[in-house]
Design a protein around this ligand. Structure first.
Ligand SMILES: C[S@@+](CC[C@H](N)C(=O)[O-])C[C@H]1O[C@@H](n2cnc3c(N)ncnc32)[C@H](O)[C@@H]1O
Length: 772
């Protein structure tokens, strides 16, 4: 006892001498410290000098003390044409924190920086001195961020000091020695310096990279005569892929333009795959973290008449997370049905298996939260972990985030700049599946991984250092996937409602020439029209919870309303009519599992729509991708990081789904739809001018969208827009139709619509339209 107590006191004294700070140990900290010192007794320790250097390096890192000198270095190097990638930056950071000029010189040399520039940059190696580090540390202790002054009974100044003591103690010997102590499963013969190699060796169930990417090729060869048969085949592959892929691996589906019984089914299949991929795995919600009871009550409020037993709210629909859909037309002039699609999903299967701390390798960790659906995050509880935050919180990490980090750490994973740049948008003209495979391999897998490709002939090969193995696709005739028929998901919003519930149009209704604006809820207003009243319809519905006029308690309530209106429109359309439906797979929380930010994700609104419309009696004949030409938000921003998992394209396009109410002439309908463009380039309407909405509506579409109907309209047609907004449809089609009816429930928007239709100048407010 006396001897190892000696080590503890020695380390504490040394810490005090180095930093000028006197730690007050908590009981928990003291026990942990005594125990590790007992273990370290007799082990080879680092020299006093090396211990000191490591202490300062870790404090520098915790407090980012070298931020400024490094920023100056980067500015100066950029001025002489030298820029650094992530790995080089990490090396520079470590060299500054350790005050190791040689290591800095090595980074420059390995990068091949010319002699003159190297000398100049070496002259800029000016990390903070130890006394500066001490000053910063003291100042942080005296004046920590205001909110953090006190934490319960304990003072944040002591928390800061303890976090530094932990870093110091961890630096007293080589990392392996400390790992031996903290890792309860340590085995010297099996030890790996790399956290990942160690996991792979010791925890193969937790971490394998045996299958990190599946690419399924849907081609006419793998397509049956019947749509159902084709769908069965690919849904079975998706299900198998979800079962067999490593967690956090990706599934990509490349869909060639395909037809069944003379009808193009590319988009219908894409949409069914998206919905199935996300929802096919039924999982019982047992943990208190999820709120099935609350979700059930909210749904019952909005969806009257649902069958509670069939809806089974205690079961959650889990599966892949939908990420992106690239549209790949064969050329800029491609007609609709001449575009391939590339869908990308990630497997995020909820997994409660404990992940050790990557810094100290301790299993003394606790579940923290779920940063996103299916992803568990952890917090290290080891008071001696070297990576406790500066305010002494345990290291927080998720397995998914660590994996992404691993991708960065190995230079062999670096993606060629050209690949990142050329795949930046989700509209890609003239691509083929081989190019897609190359992109997928470098953007979504790591060097040495195994990739499985289905439906592309070829022998096993190496692509960018990844093994690619091939499998054939066989049409599935016998095994029936009943997801679309009996999954509880659909029972939560597909309810039969009487279509007779009428309401007369409100006071804000109006008529301007051929345009009628009817104020009221589309479901009830349309009930006042007899069947077969319209020859065509076009609309942009509310996107679930995206705007002030589009708020529902959860996705089920939204879908129930959209289903109701789809059925009404189906009733009032004449057989043989087309219905164009503009929708975007926007980001939000479905609130079908949780309400917290963890539930935020890209929604498959287009897939829900295709399914609802099919149930309402429509047939999907195609889709025009409206390329807005600009980007949505900051997604796709990778901060110059060229590593796998950091690349998401900018989502530049929205759907214009082309539905048809069947009559007896599917051939004629298919031919007409075949004339539509595959991609419509049109700028969104300019609404905001210097922060003010000068247009008056928050989500108008450009006239180019309703104008897509022109070639599909019979002479003298009557057109409907059930979610009319500012009556863009009316203005865009008034010279092509006998009359246009716009239904809009919001009074103010109805007035705006009438005003715009009456004012010829208002037409100038539409977005400038650029078509290729
Ligand atoms: C995306 S906006 C349509 C914008 C329109 N295309 C334009 O260019 O101005 C959707 C509109 O649907 C309206 N709306 C939402 N639910 C409705 C319902 N049940 N019946 C009628 N209108 C509805 C909203 O008030 C909103 O104005």
């Amino acid at each position: 006892m006396a001897i190892y107590m000696g080590l503890k006191d020695r380390l504490l004294r040394e810490f005090e001498e180095n930093t000028g700070l006197a730690p007050q140990l908590t009981a928990e900290f003291e026990i942990a410290l005594e125990s590790v010192c007992s273990f370290l007794q007799g082990k080879k320790l680092r020299s006093r000098e090396v211990r000191r250097r490591w202490l300062f390096a870790r404090v520098n890192w915790k407090f980012r003390t070298n931020r400024e000198p490094i920023a100056q270095l980067y500015a100066a190097s950029a001025a002489v044409g030298v820029t650094f990638n992530y790995h080089q930056k990490a090396g520079i950071q470590a060299a500054f924190d350790l005050r190791d000029k040689k290591a800095f010189g090595k980074v420059l040399k390995n990068k091949g920086v010319a002699e003159a520039a190297r000398v100049q940059l070496l002259g800029l190696f000016a990390p903070v001195s130890e006394s500066e580090t001490r000053r910063i540390l003291r100042s942080e202790i005296r004046n920590p961020s205001k909110l953090r002054k006190q934490k319960g009974e304990r003072h944040i100044d002591q928390e800061i000091i303890l976090s530094c003591v932990a870093a110091f103690v961890f630096s007293s010997a080589e990392e392996q020695v400390l790992h031996e102590y903290f890792d309860c499963a340590y085995d010297a013969a099996e030890y790996e310096k790399s956290f990942w190699l160690q996991l792979r060796r010791m925890r193969p169930k937790l971490y394998t990279r045996s299958r990190t990417l599946d690419l399924v090729h849907v081609s006419s060869e793998g397509t049956g005569i019947q749509y159902d048969q084709t769908r069965q085949t690919y849904l079975a592959l998706v299900r198998a892929s979800y079962a067999n892929l490593d967690n956090y691996g990706h599934l990509a589906v490349w869909i060639d333009p395909i037809a069944c019984q003379g009808r193009d089914v590319t988009w219908e299949l894409a949409s069914d795959i998206m919905l199935f991929a996300e929802k096919h795995d039924l999982v019982r919600l047992e943990r208190g973290y999820f709120r099935p009871g609350r979700i059930k009550m909210e749904t019952l409020d909005g969806v009257t008449g649902l069958d509670v037993d069939a809806a089974q709210f205690e079961l959650a629909n889990e599966g892949f997370t939908y990420r992106d859909c690239y549209v790949c037309p064969s050329s800029t002039k491609a007609r609709s049905n001449d575009a391939s699609l590339l869908l990308v999903f990630q497997k995020n299967k909820r997994d409660e298996v404990v992940v050790p701390c990557p810094a100290c390798r301790s299993y003394d960790v606790q579940g923290n939260s779920y940063p996103s659906l299916g992803v568990r995050s952890w917090e290290c509880c080891n008071p001696l972990c070297p990576e406790r935050s500066k305010y002494n919180r345990g290291k927080r990490y998720s397995f998914k985030a660590l994996l992404t980090q691993e991708a960065i750490d190995d230079e062999r994973n670096e993606i060629p700049v050209e690949s990142v740049r050329s795949w930046m948008r989700d509209v890609q003209v003239g691509r083929n599946i081989s190019e897609a495979l190359k992109m997928l391999v470098s953007h979504y897998t790591l060097y040495g991984d195994v990739v499985h490709v289905f439906g592309v002939d070829g022998a096993a090969s190496d692509v960018l250092g990844r093994r690619v193995v091939h499998h054939t696709v066989e049409l599935r005739m016998s095994v029936k996937e009943t997801f679309f028929e009996d999954n509880p998901w659909f029972h939560r919003y597909i309810v039969a409602r009487s279509l007779d519930s009428k309401a007369e149009p409100g006071e804000a209704s109006g008529e301007v020439g051929k345009i009628r604006v009817l104020q009221g809820n589309a479901f009830q207003i349309l009930a006042t029209f007899p069947p077969d009243s319209f020859d065509a319809a076009v609309t942009s519905p509310p996107y679930y919870n995206a705007r002030e006029y589009a708020q529902w308690k959860n996705i089920y309530c939204y879908l129930r309303d959209m289903f109701g209106v789809a059925r009404q429109v189906q009733r009032v359309l004449r057989p043989g009519s087309f219905y164009l439906y503009n929708i975007f797979d926007c980001f939000d929380n479905e609130r079908s599992v949780v309400h917290s930010a963890m539930g935020d994700k890209r929604l498959v609104l287009s897939s829900y729509t295709v399914d609802l419309f099919r149930r309402a009696g429509f047939v999907l004949l195609g889709n025009v991708a409206w390329d807005k030409g600009d980007i949505e938000g900051r997604r796709g921003f990778n901060a110059g990081n060229f590593s796998p998992y950091y690349q998401s394209p900018f989502n530049c396009w929205e759907h214009v789904l082309v539905f048809w109410k069947p009559d007896n002439d599917v051939g004629a309908a298919v031919e007409k739809v075949g004339q539509l463009p595959s991609v419509l380039r049109a700028q969104p309407v300019t609404k905001m001018v210097r922060g003010e909405n000068t247009y008056g509506h928050t989500a108008p579409f450009p006239e180019a969208i309703p104008q897509l109907l022109v070639s599909l309209l019979p002479a003298d047609a009557t057109v409907l827009d059930p979610f009319g907004g500012s009556a863009t449809t009316g203005r865009a089609l008034m010279s092509h139709a006998r009359s246009v009816v716009c239904v809009e429930q919001n009074e103010e928007y109805c007035r705006l619509a009438v005003a715009k239709c009456s004012d010829p100048k208002a037409r100038g407010l539409r977005g400038a339209i650029k078509e290729e």
